[in-house]
Design a binder for this molecule. Structure first.
Ligand SMILES: Nc1ncnc2c1ncn2[C@@H]1O[C@H](COP(=O)(O)OP(=O)(O)O)[C@@H](O)[C@H]1O
Ligand SMILES: [Mg+2]
Length: 306
């Protein structure tokens, strides 16, 4: 059973002022497996938050269907196993970190020693034990996000849906959130991480889906999406006439301090280059499959779509 599954999920909004219909989410087919960190990416306005709101049953789809933890969206039993941190979580400033957790834990029906145990555990997990007695108006943005995540963990959810959890954070706070997400994954939780911040996603996600203008334009394992199929082979010990031969196999070749950087398109060509070098007394110094960054992929896709 998948953590999330959608079939043709679609949401139209009518904007009375502009007298037009916005297609916020357009025929979305998506599967998120249990136990994975899935990065749901896309520029602002791509339809990420709208998708989340439909999954949570906060708004109704115009058409299409979806299941969360095997149950149709909006199902009451599912809600207890799913947690959601909205884009701009609202906190009561005057409460301390631990008071917030006690308060919401109480709402979930926890009390007494089990509530205290849970609060202690979560403060430890998000690394805020030291600051538990501090009011939230004294928290940094990163600390607020972490207490927000702790709050979403009070009901011990199977699935966490986080909408832009790192927006507006400094690099250190980013890293703390990333580490926290990895810890949660290790505990077996499924994380649906919605973000336009690529660097985080690149480091923690097993798979990503990229949304643009309501459509899912790409989905897959990061390593597959980022592969470009070109191999960079550093070579030494060839004479100029041999280099000319290699040039015929390679897509590009650069001279670098007496060595050569040979670029080969695809595995076959790479193998040809390697064989040639070895058979002609040259040496292979290194071989690296070239990757593009997620940012490059993102820009490419968004550009292509116009
Ligand atoms: N309640 C609404 N009424 C009208 N249009 C909306 C509403 N919510 C979202 N939209 C529009 O739907 C599109 C997708 O928005 P959203 O899902 O918030 O994108 P993202 O989270 O990817 O930034 C945008 O064009 C947005 O303006
Ligand atoms: Mg959004």
């Amino acid at each position: 059973m998948e953590a999330i599954k959608t079939e043709g999920l679609t949401k139209h909004f009518y904007e009375p002022l502009r007298r037009q219909t916005v297609i916020a989410v357009d025929n979305l087919d998506l599967v998120v497996e249990k136990g994975e960190i899935f990065g749901f990416l896309g520029p602002n306005g791509a339809g990420k938050t709208t998708t989340i709101k439909m999954l949570l049953g906060l708004i109704f789809p115009t058409s299409g269907r979806a299941w969360v933890l095997g149950n149709p969206i909006g199902d009451r039993k599912t809600r207890q196993k799913v947690s959601y941190m909205p884009e701009n979580p609202y906190f009561y400033d005057y409460m301390t970190g631990e008071e917030v957790l006690y308060f919401y834990g109480g709402l979930f029906g926890l009390k007494g020693p089990s509530l205290k145990k849970k609060v202690d555990e979560l403060l430890e997990l998000v690394d805020l034990s030291e600051h538990r007695k501090k009011q939230l108006n004294g928290y940094s943005r990163g600390m607020l996000q972490r207490i927000g995540i702790a709050q979403t963990l009070l009901n011990d959810p199977e699935l966490l849906i986080l909408d832009e959890p790192t927006s507006g954070l400094d690099p250190i706070a980013h890293r703390e959130i990333r580490e926290l997400l990895i810890r949660l994954k290790e505990q077996g939780k499924t994380i649906f991480l919605c973000s336009h911040q690529l660097s985080d996603v690149e480091m923690v996600c097993d798979r990503v889906g990229i949304m643009n203008k309501g459509k899912l334009v790409t989905v897959g394992r990061l390593e597959d999406l980022l592969k470009v199929g070109e191999m960079e082979i550093a070579v030494e010990g060839l004479d100029p006439s041999q280099v000319e031969q290699v040039e015929k196999i390679a897509s590009r070749i650069y001279k670098k301090d007496g060595d050569f950087l040979v670029y080969a398109e695809g595995e076959e060509k790479a193998q040809e280059v390697i064989d040639f070098v070895r058979n002609n007394g040259g040496r292979i110094i290194s071989m690296v499959p070239l990757r593009r960054s997620l940012e490059e992929l993102f820009v490419e896709i968004v550009k292509e779509e116009g």
